[in-house]
Design a protein around this ligand. Structure first.
Ligand SMILES: NC(=O)c1ccc[n+]([C@@H]2O[C@H](COP(=O)([O-])OP(=O)(O)OC[C@H]3O[C@@H](n4cnc5c(N)ncnc54)[C@H](OP(=O)(O)O)[C@@H]3O)[C@@H](O)[C@H]2O)c1
Length: 361
């Protein structure tokens, strides 16, 4: 790319926003030129607005420290200086829906981490290795919005990334019933142990809205494009329990699966490790070389050892074994704020750029 695209991060001061800022440091295609957050932060330098809330393990990139934070609600003003935006604002669902559409209508593509538009029929919700063909609804969405280049694309919830990729790799064996329990990190709630000390040594068996998302969103990923909208798949039926655990980063899932077709453990592992998608074929900057790794050791995947596999963009699967009640059971792990949030959105943007949907204004 001759000249980098100018990027804005909406919600740049939050947990996911900070992850965007970190991942985009030295990105070969994108340069963060605008940071926006609530009116509380607007007008202050990024460094000052974030203050002691910086939650990344690496230091705040020099290039953003002195940027003056803009008010997310001043849509025209923010949109004027950027080619596209990443969205990670924490507002009500209705507010997020409205503001993301407002940005799209300024002819600014929005790649969102938020859940507000995940079920809008003509908004693609994409994991680039799984369902890149869903971007085909974008022309229909633009028609509805009355835009030439503005649109919204989203990525799914962080919880599903530790089991949905495996189920996708096993599609030809026709999984039809799945039971999953997720063990979710506190960064998924935008928190560290410093701001949530009650989580030390604790487990909370409730994450608002998470079980429905974990059961339903994989079906939308596996859905088809029909008449310009996504029609979700009907199978497999998935039931989930989502549990908050005292882990900083990394969502683990323990899952049981029934298959219509007979399949061996060796076949299942082979499908996992050979599973590739467009990001790997196109060599996108943030694409993991190996999307899914299989770990043979009985005590893997472990959060501390495996969460950063492929810079947090890869999925780790282990403990695959036959089951007496279901056919197989396994454990999966993914990085919730990288693959499950900002990194997944950056990879979506890279694929949208490679396909010509995102260009310089
Ligand atoms: N954390 C994860 O792993 C994860 C994963 C998937 C999806 N998500 C979703 O991503 C979004 C952000 O999550 P987060 O964990 O990063 O939250 P967060 O740390 O609380 O950050 C929220 C961001 O939104 C801004 N904001 C809050 N209220 C606002 C308002 N009324 N108007 C404009 N901006 C406002 C904040 O700005 P100020 O600093 O100025 O207050 C901040 O930049 C949420 O919708 C969340 O559900 C999070």
């Amino acid at each position: 790319m001759e000249k980098k695209l100018r990027v804005g991060v909406l919600g740049a001061t939050g947990m996911v926003g900070q992850r965007f800022i970190s991942l985009l440091e030295d990105h070969p295609w994108y340069e963060v030129v605008t940071v926006a957050a609530s009116p509380r932060s607007a007008g202050r330098t990024y460094e000052d607005a974030v203050g002691d809330r910086w939650k990344m393990a690496t230091p705040m990139p020099e290039a953003v420290r002195q940027l003056v934070v803009m008010n997310v609600n001043e849509v025209e003003k923010v949109a004027a200086g950027v080619d596209f935006v990443f969205s990670a604002v924490d507002m009500t669902k209705e507010e997020i829906k409205a503001i993301e559409e407002a940005y799209a209508k300024t002819e600014t593509p929005v790649v969102s981490n938020n859940s507000a538009h995940r079920w809008t029929p003509d908004v693609p919700m994409v994991v680039p290795e799984i369902n890149p063909e869903h971007f085909d609804v974008i022309p229909f969405q633009k028609k509805r919005l009355g835009t030439k280049r503005g649109f919204i694309a989203v990525k799914p919830n962080c919880s599903i990334q530790s089991y949905a990729p495996a189920l996708t790799a096993w599609k030809e064996f026709e999984p039809y019933e799945v039971v999953a329990t997720t063990y979710q990190a506190i960064s998924g709630a935008g928190k560290t142990f410093k701001d949530w000390p009650e989580m030390e040594g604790n487990i909370i068996p409730y994450i608002g809205g998470e079980e429905e998302k974990s059961e339903q969103e994989p079906l939308r990923l596996w859905g088809k494009v029909e008449d310009g909208v996504i029609v979700k798949a009907e199978s497999p039926v998935i039931t989930c329990q989502c549990i908050r655990v005292p882990v900083l980063n990394g969502h683990t899932a323990a899952a049981f699966v029934k298959f219509r077709k007979k399949v061996t453990k060796e076949q299942l592992i082979e499908k996992l490790v050979s599973f590739k998608g467009l990001p790997q074929e196109l060599g996108l900057p943030s694409a993991p070389k190996q999307f899914i790794q299989y770990l043979n050791e009985d005590n893997r995947p472990q959060v501390t050892a495996d969460v950063d596999f492929e810079n947090g963009m890869g999925i780790s699967i282990g403990r695959l074994r036959e089951d007496k009640v279901y056919d197989y059971k396994f454990v999966g792990l993914s990085h919730n704020t990288v693959r499950g949030a900002a990194g997944g959105a950056v990879l979506c943007a890279e694929l949208l750029t490679a396909k010509g949907y995102i260009q310089a204004k």
